[in-house]
Design a binder for this molecule. Sequence first.
Ligand SMILES: [Zn+2]
Length: 197
Amino acid sequence: MITHSWLHPHLEKGSSDTLGWGIFARADIRKDERLAIFGGKIMLIDEMYEIPAMMQSYTMQIEERFVLGPAGTEPEDTDFFNHSCDPNCGFKGQVFLVAMRDIRAGEEVTFDYCMTVSASVGSDMVFEMDCACGSPHCRKRITEQDWMMPELQLRYKGYFSPYIQDKIEKSGENRFSEMITEEHISPEEREAGLLLL
Ligand SMILES: [Zn+2]
């Protein structure tokens, strides 16, 4: 199969008792090692409706109104990273995953989906899922608003997808000034996905 992503050679797809498929370390990995670089097809969030339903779960939000979706007709190993509320990896770029701490052989490798997901202006696509990761930090319900939680902003500082890190910093700066709101966007601008918002 042609692949479009890169996966650390010590990582592989495997199954866990609780979560089904996931990505597991088969040798020790040190903090800050590159774990994956995601490739695929860039699409507007609403274009997800145009790909087969089975493939829609293998998309990852990479920008305010954009997702990285599968380039092929079948998922690749890099599509199987699970969410955890106590993750061991995070983002150093929109498509670039690194180890946040040392990872031991046998551990599942996870990130917190709040690092990449936010509500998309102008789209009725909503992200929500239940979580049973078992961590004492478990939020039980994962939503597209979670990146706004101060405790998560602190815990994952520097590991959010850059577009979310940017929103966090802007929301701090703009707390007492007028925020750009959806009403300021023309339908044409919204349609084209041109605005940074
Ligand atoms: Zn959880």
